[in-house]
Design a protein around this ligand. Sequence first.
Ligand code: VGL
Ligand code: ZN
Length: 189
Amino acid sequence: MRALLVVDVQNDFCPGGALAVPGGDAVVPVINRLMPQYSLVVATQDWHPPDHVSFAGTHGLQPFTTSVIDGVPLDLWPVHCVAGSHGADFHPDLDTVRFDLIVRKGTKRDREAYSAFADPGLQAYLKAMEVEGIDVVGLAFDFCVRSSALDAGSAGIKATVLLEATRAVFAENDESLTRTLRDGGVDVM
Ligand code: VGL
Ligand code: ZN
């Protein structure tokens, strides 16, 4: 079976949101059209505590920088997708009734989690549902979509990123990103 993985199509990643991805909301109608074509649809939500380690303010640092914190390099962001906030809600036009499973990630204060597979639950679920391949869509192409697609491969699930249904935060990386993904065994189309 093939499943669709809808990554982080949340208000904060759409125009007007705290960590807006340029054109992020444009993926919504495309994803709504895709979902009925899959027998299984899994959605993720970035879901952070208010003092999450990825928030620049937690460290008194500037967002959109990378810092080494406790020995590990970490991308620092504005406060976004705080658990239960409007920014963490799915985009209002997204057909959420199509979701079979919702995975929340980045829920632990001290741990960043870009990948839907950061927690072993999703891999176990997909295995139980006999999913062999997933198509990955949503936001953002250069962070959570990328990381989820690469991790799927390590979990033994063939991943394909559908370019028409994803957008990047930093758009200038699109081509090198596609190369990185293909080198990691992910199809991009
Ligand atoms: C994401 C930055 C921070 C994403 C999440 O969903 O791609 N990016 N948190
Ligand atoms: Zn986040």
